[in-house]
Design a binder for this molecule. Structure first.
Ligand code: NJP
Length: 236
């Protein structure tokens, strides 16, 4: 039976390639992001790539009511949720003294609160099923630090701490929690352009998608906690 997979931040970058990778396995996809036109474009690509079905739900993951609606719409269409990929995220990179409260807050709202809301939203269904998988696109900076990234790094350390606690709550109930920790990846991240010359040797979004598929395709009794993945040109 085809799996039902909710992917946040599915409208471009890493989330788009995760959607296409699962589409290749004929999964039923729920694509979540704020921009409906981008979601529509990815829906078309996913159907072409073999998806069993594709639902798009325009949602800001940092808004509690919108996330609740997204989960309701998903369950009424598909009746279950096998995998949630918490991928939506943003980053501003600047020294602490130059970081505005607005930048700090929007990163925490999306990267941390959004991930919490989506996770909490799907958990009742997964716990009832006695099976499910929450896959977070965290960051290699979830377990290290660098100058100029304090606020973003803090959000990803928060993701790691949250996920490691959650795993201890739900693992015995059949729900898996996996963190993917990518290094530099060529996407639209931090207001950049995908395919820019200086990112030639960075990871491609599809490299992250393959790591997600690896975690998602393990046998029932096998749990992958973390996958750290970075380009050869980047030290970890
Ligand atoms: O970035 P980008 P990535 N509600 O900008 C969506 C992590 N990461 O693919 O809402 C719902 O191409 C946005 O759609 P829209 C990073 O921290 C990356 O690189 O329409 N969705 C778009 O689909 C993040 O967690 C690198 O604007 C929201 C998507 O998120 C994940 O990878 C390195 C949203 C962003 O696509 C994917 O980022 C690393 C909201 N409120 C970790 N806000 C890297 N690229 O180098 C944004 O270590 N989105």
């Amino acid at each position: 039976k085809e799996k039902v997979i909710v992917i946040t931040g599915a409208s471009r970058g890493i989330g788009e390639d995760i959607a296409l990778a699962f589409a290749g396995q004929h999964a039923k996809l729920v694509l979540v992001a704020r921009n409906p036109e981008d979601l529509e474009r990815v829906r078309g690509r996913a159907m072409e790539a073999g998806a069993g079905d594709v639902l798009t739900v325009t949602t800001d993951v940092s808004k509690e009511d919108e996330v609740e609606v997204m989960v309701e719409v998903t369950l009424s269409r598909f009746g279950r949720i096998d995998i949630l990929v918490n991928n939506a995220g943003i980053g501003y990179f600047k020294p602490v003294q130059e970081t505005s409260l607005e930048e700090w807050q929007s990163m925490f709202d999306i990267n941390v609160t959004g991930l919490f809301l989506c996770t909490r939203g799907v958990l009742p269904a997964m716990l009832e099923q006695g099976a499910g998988h929450i896959i977070n696109i965290s960051s290699d900076v979830g377990r290290r630090t660098f100058a100029g990234g304090a606020a973003y790094v803090a959000t990803k350390h928060a993701v790691q701490g949250f996920a490691d606690c959650l795993r201890k709550e739900v693992q015995a109930k059949g729900v898996k929690v996996t963190n993917i920790l990518p290094g530099m990846t060529d996407t639209y991240f931090a207001e950049s352009e995908q395919g820019a010359e200086h990112k030639k040797e960075w990871l491609k979004a599809d490299d992250i998608a393959r790591a997600v598929l690896f975690a998602a395709s393990q046998p029932e009794g096998v749990l992958v906690d973390d996958i750290t993945i970075h380009p050869m040109i980047q030290e970890y």
